[in-house]
Design a protein around this ligand. Structure first.
Ligand code: DLZ
Ligand code: SF4
Length: 508
């Protein structure tokens, strides 16, 4: 009798908990599945990345001496889901135990739990310990707190893992250097090119498959240049650390038309699929600081995303599921406008960011939060539609990371559990942080009327619409005081411009 070890498409790590204690007769199962490729409108490049990385990982495992059953998408016997493929594997082999590392999404946890009644062999679901904190440690930390703030959780992890510490004190005397970060783009910025990986034979075969089977999915497949192995992902990381990390902090919020990558690392997809290990990434960045090749503001800001934000988001997901996926504290019910898929809008900021998303399955955090997310927040788009979009279109997105970022951080749909205020902003913020407005058909300086930037009136309309729920938030004191002083005519213009605009986009 032997063990069946099931490995999911985002579990491509040789140190995975389900791969420990291997025995000679064991079988590893990996499968390209219609259910996984189809539960969201996954970007074509995301599907290609996952399938190709899975195929490369299966070869790596075979090279290590494992027996791998790899089920290809177009295998005529492929049942299309995990339950069907486990059942077939149990018929192929004499198995007395199934071992799997806990999945990153609640919907799969529910399915795996149901196997205990369905299959006669033992089922062992092991913790996913590729994170720097555990789900239980986060629950302990959160216990009894009314609101959770990332900064305090992050400091504990800095101490615990001794990252950027001098003894018991943070390096440089401060925990956070964001006052030196987040500069607007300077004229003539030219970020160094990122490391690209031309498709090899395995990736080329997958690209053909995706082209044939996923034509109706979002996104462009041409120009695929993602890493699909650990060693190539490490090259992407190394090039970032050497060339772009030094200015990462300074320009981490800046948006420049035609520069989709800026000074960002573009490693989220590798971290979340298991090709890169978070501690390796953190240590590489800390090393750059200790060597003097990258400044502290950049290194601390970068490490905070991985050691702080990523861990904190995962903790919130497992603490709050399944209710979290239904949150809609601001009662937002508008459908997602079609331009999130087509990029056909006069608003240049949205047009540019949707186009880059379509081309690369990537946009950086401020493009996601302050352009796409800010618009959805101000326009009152239904959180379920916004979540479904973000979950599909980004190559790094799995529900554990996407849902808290969108429901909590972007849409304030959890009523302020995760974020201390809604990240609502008018056109002035986008104009300060980007080069988009100068090529826009709307006028960012204009507050009302046909040619006014829609973010300007939608911002006030959002505050007016949600006055009952938001006016007591201390971080919104200033805008609500300004609103209180506005005359009735100005308020009328805001609400009528907004109603007209929102009505138009709903019918496009
Ligand atoms: C996202 C994804 C896709 C597109 N395809 C597969 C697949 O064919 N086989 C597989 O094992 N995993 C895939 N994944 C990743 C899973 O959806 C992911 O493991 C869960 O969402 C849990 O995070
Ligand atoms: Fe976006 Fe308004 Fe600027 Fe146009 S003017 S790019 S809509 S912020």
């Amino acid at each position: 009798m032997a063990t069946l070890r099931l490995i999911l498409g985002d579990q491509l790590s040789p140190n995975l908990s389900s791969l420990r204690d291997p025995a000679q007769d064991d079988h590893i199962l990996m499968a390209e599945l219609a259910a996984e490729a189809g539960y969201a409108n996954h970007h074509k490049k995301k599907i290609a990345f996952i399938f190709s990385a899975m195929r490369h990982f299966a070869d790596e495992l075979r090279g290590m001496g494992h027996q791998v059953d790899y089920i290809r998408y177009d295998d005529p016997d492929n049942t299309g889901d995990f339950t069907g493929e486990v059942e077939r594997a149990l018929n192929r082999h004499a198995i007395d135990r199934i071992v799997v590392t806990a999945p990153g999404e609640y919907r799969l946890q529910a399915i795996f739990d149901s196997w205990k009644d369905q299959f006669s062999c033992a089922i062992e679901i092991r913790d996913d310990d590729r994170f720097l904190s555990t789900i239980d440690a986060f629950k302990d930390w959160a216990h009894g707190r009314k609101t959770l703030r990332m900064e305090f959780f992050y400091r504990e992890l800095r101490r615990q893992h001794h990252i950027l510490m001098d003894g018991d004190e943070p390096v440089g005397g401060q925990w956070n250097y964001d006052s030196e970060n987040r500069q607007p783009p300077k004229e003539g910025l030219s970020p160094p090119p990122r490391h690209i990986t031309p498709p090899d034979a395995i990736t080329s075969e997958v690209l053909d498959l995706v082209e044939r089977h996923f034509q109706d999915h979002f996104g462009r497949l041409d120009g695929f240049d993602f890493a699909t192995t650990r060693s190539d992902a490490e090259r992407v990381l190394a090039r970032f650390i050497d060339e772009r990390l030094p200015l990462f902090g300074t320009y981490q919020d800046a948006m420049v038309e035609g520069e989709p990558w800026m000074y960002h690392a573009h490693i989220g997809l590798y971290l979340n699929a298991g090709l890169l290990d978070p501690m390796t990434v953190i240590k590489a960045a800390e090393w750059a600081y200790r060597q003097g090749t990258a400044p502290l503001n950049a290194v601390e800001g970068f490490i905070r995303q991985i050691l702080g934000w990523r861990e904190y988001i995962r903790g919130i997901y497992w603490l709050k599921m399944p209710e979290y996926s239904l949150e809609n504290a601001l009662d937002a019910h508008r459908p997602l406008p079609g331009f999130y898929w087509t990029a056909q809008t006069k608003m240049n900021c949205l047009k540019q960011v949707v186009t880059e998303t379509r081309d690369h399955a990537y946009a950086h955090h401020i493009q996601r939060l302050m352009v796409l997310g800010n618009f959805a927040l101000l326009a009152g788009i239904d959180p379920r539609e916004v979540n479904a979009w973000f979950l599909g279109v980004y190559a790094d997105a799995y529900e554990w990371v996407e849902l808290p970022n969108v429901t909590g951080m972007t849409l304030f749909a959890d009523g302020g559990y995760l974020a201390s205020k809604p990240y609502a902003a008018s056109g002035a913020y986008i104009n300060r942080m980007s080069t988009y407005c100068k090529n826009c058909g709307y006028k960012v300086a204009q507050k009302n009327g046909e040619n006014a930037c829609p973010f300007n009136y939608l911002y006030w309309d959002f505050l007016i619409r949600n006055q009952d729920k938001l006016s007591s938030n201390p971080r919104l004191g200033m805008p609500y005081r300004t609103l209180a002083k506005m005359d009735a005519e100005k308020i009328n213009r805001i609400t009528s411009d907004s109603a007209q605009f929102l009505n138009e986009i709903e019918h496009k």
